[in-house]
Design a protein around this ligand. Structure first.
Ligand SMILES: [Zn+2]
Ligand SMILES: [Zn+2]
Length: 340
């Protein structure tokens, strides 16, 4: 989510292209209306210039904002939160820290974080953004396509998003259906995931890794955009072997990883980012392949989403939609207020 030169230039190119197409069609029509009195002609010309200017500024808004954010000092309380909770950040070099901070600023500027029946504070916001940045930190060109909003629940929830009563065992998910593209995280699980950096669990990273898995079009535990073809067979082999070890109780991995390939990739990635040294020691093969996945230079493979370059802000729940908390009130009259 970093502001790269390449992305900014591509954005400008498309903005000029669209403005040019719309502007020239407009002026073509004007000149056809040659019977217009000169006064009106001036007015139409001025109007055309105004329209072109507006189109250009709308298309480049996101990237101009990113540029501004890059120059905005990182809030000191946020830095304190990163230092306190985020091990990944603590071990970065000073320059990398600056880049990580800018990415957090951009992410939080473009992604709405809303508390559903719960208050949202800076710790929640900063940790949600850190979860997004950690897995893609080696890919500054990366954009999470479609994700525009994260809902924070007060607790673990059920499949029907109930936060009270029996059967609450979900701490995070990427929504489907009307919630498509919207991520849901349990607040205590998100914070807890960072507080204990040795437990190999981090629900925030887990959910964002699911998005990386799905970036090639399907959830299948094979992140094709991040994995050269030659690694796919060894990867499937590692999954198979480690799943057997989990089932025999002989693995150091969170047993949830044995659920299926999709969960294996997410769970193994949590382990990789939370406690890389332990992973390297306990399963060097798995460590090595994940290092390749998350650190290889895939710059030329990862296409920056065109939509994102066109100032697309990602999926958000409509202000007038029913509130996800189930209150039957409009979102803007209910939990969306927690944002302010
Ligand atoms: Zn999962
Ligand atoms: Zn509500």
């Amino acid at each position: 989510m970093h502001l790269s030169k390449k992305k900014t230039l591509t954005n400008q190119f498309f903005a000029i292209l669209f403005t040019g197409i719309i502007g020239s069609s407009y002026f073509l029509i004007i000149t056809k209306l040659s019977a217009l009195p000169p006064n009106l002609n001036y007015i139409f010309t001025a109007l055309g210039v105004l329209i072109c200017f507006n189109i250009y500024s709308i298309f480049t808004k996101k990237f101009r904002n990113r540029k501004k954010l890059e120059k905005t000092p990182f809030p000191a309380p946020w830095r304190k939160i990163l230092e306190e909770y985020v091990h990944f950040y603590r071990v970065l070099s000073p320059n990398e820290k600056l880049r990580f901070e800018t990415e957090i600023q951009i992410f939080l500027h473009e992604t709405r974080i809303t508390g559903i029946k719960t208050e949202i504070d800076d710790v929640t916001r900063v940790l949600a953004a850190a979860s997004a940045e950690i897995p893609v930190f080696s890919f500054p060109e990366w954009e999470y396509e479609n994700l525009g909003e994260i809902l924070i629940y007060p607790n673990a929830f059920t499949k029907d998003f109930k936060t009270k009563g029996e059967g609450r065992n979900i701490t995070g998910m990427v929504g489907t259906g009307v919630m498509q593209g919207v991520m849901i995280l349990s607040k205590p699980a998100l914070i807890g995931g960072f507080k204990n950096s040795k437990d190999k669990k981090n629900v925030g990273i887990h959910e964002f890794v699911h998005l990386l898995d799905a970036a090639d079009g399907k959830y299948d535990g094979i992140p094709e955009l991040f994995m050269e073809n030659q690694y796919i067979a060894p990867w499937l082999d590692i999954i198979h072997k480690e799943t057997e070890k989990i089932n025999k109780g002989k693995s150091y991995m969170n047993p949830y990883g044995a659920t299926n390939r999709i969960e294996f990739f997410a769970v193994a990635s949590e382990y990789f980012f939370e406690h890389p040294h332990a992973l390297e020691k306990n399963n060097p093969e798995l460590y090595k392949i994940l290092s390749i996945v998350f650190k290889q230079d895939t710059k030329n493979k990862l296409k920056t989403a065109l939509k994102s370059l066109l100032n697309y802000t990602g999926k958000k729940i409509g202000r007038n939609s029913a509130c996800p908390c189930g209150s039957t009130k409009k979102y803007k009259k209910c939990c969306l207020n927690n944002n302010i």
